[in-house]
Design a binder for this molecule. Structure first.
Ligand code: ADP
Ligand code: MG
Ligand code: MG
Length: 252
């Protein structure tokens, strides 16, 4: 079973502490949601896990199946099984979707082993059909001129082809219509199992109607201030983030 352990993590941007002692354990098969107001440090957490160079881990550790990610470059982390889904997937002019995916899948294969091209295309087309992506897309440059929904489908396709152990989704839902939201959710739900878990960061409860989380954590000022089941997301939606803030404030 896959295991992602975040232990007393501290993250700074420049000199500024942003995440201030955060611990979280994700097991394969689990979906954890992180909610919290703007500026709480949600994106900072996901970027630091993925290894973005602007985010300095100043304390604690992140372990994937017992191995620290901290001394790995972002591409090594991806090969180890971490997949970061972007809020705004970028365009890569001149690189076709098929070539991009093939290189990425090849990179996940143990060194010395060859990718079986026939099996690869069979799997690619199966997943594309499943996601209702036209096969013509394989020859198009990645994300160039794609609509929002098409970008999202292609990102989910990428995730399904790479078979990561953990996906981090940072506000993937913002700006998505219901159809695109369903595609994202179905993609995640279809992969859910002992070797796949998800950390879903979202400002709104909506996505969690489709990807039902096992745990919801509220991040506030760089710390998890509340954890519980999916009912927390509903409570937040109803009462707003003031509710958490008021609970934290000493009684007047
Ligand atoms: P969230 O995703 O929860 O809205 P972020 O992780 O994006 O929060 O931001 C947390 C804090 O870090 C905010 O106070 C934000 O202003 C600050 N921050 C984010 N990115 C940068 C940056 N590149 N340089 C300086 N401060 C930043
Ligand atoms: Mg933000
Ligand atoms: Mg953010």
């Amino acid at each position: 079973m896959s295991l992602l352990e975040i232990r007393d993590l501290h993250i700074a941007i420049g000199e500024k502490p942003i995440v201030k002692g955060l611990s979280l354990t994700l097991r394969g098969g689990e979906v954890h949601a992180i909610m919290g107001p703007n500026g709480a440090g949600k994106s900072t957490l996901s970027k630091a896990i993925a290894g973005h160079p602007d985010y300095t881990v100043t304390g604690g550790d992140i372990l994937l199946d017992g191995r620290s990610l901290l001394d790995m470059e972002p591409d090594e982390r991806a090969r180890a099984g971490i997949f970061l889904a972007f809020q705004y997937p970028s365009e890569i002019p001149g690189v076709s979707l098929a070539n991009f995916l093939r290189a990425a899948v090849q990179a996940r294969i143990p060194e010395g082993e060859e990718l079986d091209a026939v099996a690869y295309y069979k799997r690619l087309y199966e997943k594309m059909d499943h996601l209702k992506i036209d096969r013509k897309f394989t020859s198009r440059a990645i994300n160039e001129g794609f609509s929002g929904g098409e970008k999202k489908r292609c990102e989910i396709l990428q995730m399904m082809m790479l078979e990561p152990e953990f996906v981090l989704m940072d506000e993937t839902d913002s700006g998505l219509d219901i159809d695109a939201l369903r595609i994202v959710a179905e993609g995640i739900n279809s992969m859910r199992g002992p070797n796949f878990g998800a950390l879903v960061i979202t400002h709104y409860q909506r996505l969690l109607d489709y990807i039902v989380p096992d745990y919801v954590h509220v991040l506030y000022d760089g710390r998890i201030v509340k954890s519980g089941g999916k009912e927390i997301a509903l409570e937040l939606e109803a009462k707003g983030y003031d509710w958490v803030q008021n609970e934290l404030a000493p009684a007047a």
